[in-house]
Design a protein around this ligand. Structure first.
Ligand code: NAD
Ligand code: ZN
Length: 243
C-alpha cells in the first residue's frame, strides 16, 4: 500500500502499459512492427519528410483502433486520486490516447502529444482537435504547410518539460505505471524526483515486469495496472484528506 498524507504532492507518470488492458497494445507488446516497419521508423521526422501519407496511414489506423475503447480500473483509480488530491496530484502521461480523460481526469499533461490533435508542420498555428482519418491524402494548412499529427516523434523534444521539471522538484511521492524505463527523458524522471535535494521522496513502480530503471524505485508492485493500482491506496484515508 502507498500512504499519502495531507502534505504530500504526488507525481504520476503513466506509459503504454496503463492502456494495455483497455485493448491498446504497447509498442513492444504489438511486436514493435507496423506493415513490417519498426514503429520508431514510422513515428519520426525522417518518415514524415520521406512519406507523409504513410505516416498519416499509421496514425489513422491508431485513431480507428481507439474507437470504442474504454478506460480500465487503473485510469479510473487515477481519476479518483485526482478528485481526492486536487492540484496535489500531477498526472503526466507518455500516452497519446485519451483514456485518462475518458476516466474523468481533468488535468493531464501529455508529454508526447495527443492522438486526436493535429498541427501545421510550417506555421505556428496552435494544435487543434482532429478526429479525422487521412488514408489517401495529406491535409494542408492555409499557409501551404502540411497538417501533421500532434505527436512527439522519436528524436523530437517532448512537450511541457519545464512544467514537468518544476513538479518533479516539489513532489514527495513519485509513481510510474506501465512504462519500460527505456524511453528518455521520461525514464529519467524518477532520478530527477530523487535528486532534487528535498526531504526524502518515496518512489513506486506498478507493472507486470520490473522496468529498466528498477534500482531507482523504493518499491515495485508487480502486476497488471488495472488489477493492482486500485488496491494500492487507502481510499477511506484519502477521502478524509480530500480537497
Ligand atoms: P513500452 O511499450 O516501452 O512499454 C510498455 C510497458 O508497459 C512495459 O514495461 C510493460 O511491462 C508494461 N505493461 C504491459 N502490460 C501492462 C499492464 N497491464 N499494466 C501495467 N503495465 C503493463 O511503452 P512506453 O515505455 O510507454 O514507451 C513507448 C512509447 O510509445 C511512449 O512514448 C508512448 O507514448 C508510446 N505509446 C503510446 C500508446 C498509447 O497512447 N496508448 C501505446 C503504445 C505506445
Ligand atoms: Zn500552417
Amino acid at each position: 500500500m502507498i500512504d499519502i498524507g495531507v502534505s504530500d504532492r504526488v507525481f504520476v507518470l503513466t506509459g503504454a502499459g496503463v492502456s494495455a488492458e483497455s485493448g491498446l497494445p504497447t509498442f513492444r507488446g504489438a511486436g514493435g512492427l507496423w506493415r513490417g516497419y519498426r514503429v520508431e521508423d514510422v513515428a519520426s521526422p525522417v518518415a514524415w519528410a520521406r512519406d507523409p501519407l504513410m505516416v498519416w496511414q499509421f496514425y489513422s489506423m491508431r485513431r480507428k483502433a481507439h474507437r470504442g475503447k474504454q478506460p480500465n480500473p487503473a485510469h479510473l483509480a487515477l481519476a479518483k486520486l485526482e478528485k481526492a488530491l486536487g492540484e496535489r496530484l500531477f498526472l503526466c502521461t507518455q500516452n497519446v490516447d485519451k483514456l485518462h480523460e475518458q476516466a474523468g481526469s481533468r488535468r493531464v499533461v501529455h508529454m508526447h502529444g495527443r492522438l486526436f490533435q493535429s498541427r501545421c508542420d510550417r506555421c505556428d498555428r496552435p494544435p487543434f482537435d482532429d478526429e479525422n482519418c487521412y488514408e489517401d491524402h495529406v491535409p494542408r494548412c492555409d499557409c501551404g504547410g502540411q497538417i501533421r499529427p500532434h505527436i512527439c516523434w522519436f528524436g523530437e523534444m517532448p512537450y511541457e518539460l519545464e512544467r514537468i521539471a518544476r513538479e518533479l522538484e516539489r513532489c514527495t511521492v513519485f509513481m510510474a505505471v506501465g512504462t519500460s524505463g527505456v524511453v528518455y527523458p521520461a525514464a529519467a524522471f524518477v532520478a530527477q524526483a530523487r535528486a532534487s535535494g528535498k526531504q526524502r521522496v518515496r518512489t513506486y513502480y506498478v507493472g507486470p515486469e520490473e522496468p529498466a530503471n528498477r534500482a531507482l524505485f523504493n518499491e515495485c508492485f508487480l502486476g497488471k495496472a488495472g488489477e493492482s493500482l486500485p488496491r494500492l491506496f487507502h481510499w477511506s484515508q484519502l477521502s478524509a484528506i480530500s480537497v
